[in-house]
Ligand binder design. Structure first.
Ligand SMILES: [Zn+2]
Length: 76
């Protein structure tokens, strides 16, 4: 398993913050071939480059983050 906190889905063009993701993010349904992991938000948000990033931050993760609702599966 990956221990990096941010997971980008190249198919849906969203990236998730695993600290705040929940079941609606469908992380477990994601195919490995679509996954790219990053250590930081900035790396994920600027992949593959700052001018034309591939993915947007997942709105579910974003809302959970705003409420500080931490995923029960997240391990530091
Ligand atoms: Zn998410």
């Amino acid at each position: 398993m990956e221990n990096k906190r941010f997971l980008l889905n190249t198919n849906s063009k969203k990236f998730h913050d695993l600290k705040y993701s929940d079941g609606r993010c469908k992380i477990s349904d994601m195919s490995d071939s679509y996954k790219i992991s990053f250590d930081t938000y900035t790396e994920a948000a600027e992949y593959p480059d700052k001018e034309s990033p591939l993915a947007k931050f997942c709105t579910i993760c974003q809302k959970n983050k705003a409420k500080n609702k931490i995923s029960p599966y997240f391990k530091d």
